[in-house]
Design a protein around this ligand. Structure first.
Ligand SMILES: *Cc1c(COP(=O)(O)O)cnc(C)c1O
Length: 425
């Protein structure tokens, strides 16, 4: 009996010994879709010239049509990742040297890297302590004459406060690019995240809610942005040289950010499963939330009014007035029980690229670019809620299928063991 209750961290028997199963969202439907493409033998049908192949093959075009219809957007433009999609969005918005783009440091690196590769400067604002998304109050304080865009992130799948963000953007004439990588299918006041700003990006990488292995899709209602995104995706400079007309050559350096036919065929099937996959996740999350309610000092994720939540990650937090044990120690104890938690998060401003202000070459570009008249501040000052969240939060990605209620009960047992032994940690 004593063995059962003593923490695995101190030599007791762990609650779980099996590894967690991988995240698999595909079945025979995707297999049939892939076979359909292979039977045809055309694995990609893009060409980087101004001709009928500029916009890709039939699967890519079908995916974009279906994606736009599903999300009620005028245009959808597919990419080979959400990272390349974000880079293209910043480029399509015409952002470049000397410009600032405001985002939060509590996100995946690609959000800010998309700004950097366009030679612009990421400015980090604080987060909301409840949703971990951009704090509109902090955002307002960061706006300067150099600000050109805002990139809110619907982190963990909870929508950012888009109403306030859009009204700030309108007032200052700023472009809004939503990083909706973690929130496909999640609505904010009746509209899909990713379709509220001027452009929005979903990710289809293997970890996300729906996936093609690697992939991303931008939605936009503005034809000019759609066209520029299509150009940046597919060797813009070559396409323009072969006859396509553009209104402005700014940022028309193109890449190969194209999605192939197999990925697009899989994505079309995945889109049909989005609602079901979100629903299955939510069931497990609701069950888990009910179980975890009893642990004193454990702050559970919330869902704000008018918002959905994909729970891409399940983030918990310690009330430091009640629990003196650091989150890192709790995570150690939980993981010794066979769980899969991560403590805190390293905010992007603390990454070497920002701390040392060296991105391209050795001369400090783009931070030291002569066109840039501002002064970057990558310290933690003003990032009060980020600082707190770093210390107190911990999260897991496993509250999702193929896990079951039985696995949730196991997680609950691990929490019970740890909470019963908090005084020993
Ligand atoms: C996953 C993710 C990305 C990048 O997506 P990829 O498709 O892997 O390039 C960008 N932003 C956020 C918030 C993400 O979670």
């Amino acid at each position: 009996m004593a063995q059962q209750t003593s923490l695995a961290l101190f030599g007791g028997k762990p609650v779980r010994t099996k590894k967690y199963p991988p995240h698999i969202t595909t079945d025979k439907k995707e297999k049939q879709a892939v076979v359909r493409v292979l039977n045809k033998g055309i694995l990609s049908d893009f060409e980087g010239s101004h001709n009928e192949w500029f916009l890709g093959g039939s699967e890519v075009k079908a995916l974009e049509k279906e994606w736009a219809a599903y999300f009620k957007a005028r245009f959808a433009v597919s990419f080979n990742s959400a990272t390349s999609a974000l880079m293209a969005c910043v480029g399509a918005a015409g952002i470049g040297p000397g410009d600032e783009v405001i985002t939060t440091p509590w996100t995946m690196t690609a959000t800010a890297t998309a700004i950097l590769v366009n030679n612009a400067i990421p400015v980090f604002c604080d987060i909301d302590p409840q949703t971990y998304c951009m704090s509109p109050a902090s955002l307002k304080k960061k706006i300067t004459s150099r600000t050109k865009a805002i990139m809110p992130v619907h982190i963990y799948g909870h929508p950012a406060q888009m109403d306030t963000i859009m009204s700030i953007a309108r007032k200052h004439n700023l472009v809004v690019i939503e990083d909706a990588a973690q929130s496909p299918g999640i609505t904010y006041k009746g509209k899909y995240t990713g379709t509220i700003g001027h452009m929005g990006v979903a990710s289809l990488n293997c970890h996300k809610i729906i996936q093609t292995g690697e992939g991303g899709v931008v939605t936009t209602d503005q034809p000019e942005y759609a066209k520029r995104l299509q150009l940046i995706r597919n060797h813009a400079e070559a396409v323009i040289a072969t006859g396509m007309k553009v209104n402005t050559l700014v940022n028309m350096v193109g890449w190969n950010y194209r999605m192939n036919e197999i990925e697009a065929a899989i994505a079309r099937e995945q889109l049909k499963k989005l609602k079901k996959l979100l629903g299955e996740r939510r069931k497990l999350v609701d069950y888990m939330l009910e179980k975890l309610r009893v642990y004193d000092g454990l702050i559970l994720p919330t869902i704000q009014k008018g918002c959905g939540h994909s729970f891409y990650r399940f983030l918990l937090r310690l009330d430091s007035n009640k629990i003196r044990v650091p989150a890192e120690r709790i995570v150690q104890a939980l993981n010794a029980e066979g769980m899969d938690f991560y403590a805190g998060y390293l905010p992007l401003n603390l990454f070497p690229v920002y701390q040392k202000k060296i991105a391209f070459g050795k001369k400090g570009c783009p931070f030291a670019c002569p066109w840039y008249k501002g002064k970057t501040d990558y310290s933690m000052s003003g990032l009060t809620n980020v600082t707190e969240a770093m210390k107190q939060s911990f999260s897991t990605e496993v509250i999702r299928p193929p896990l079951t209620v039985k696995d949730m009960d196991e997680i609950d047992r691990a929490f019970k063991k740890v909470w019963d032994n908090l005084h020993r940690l």
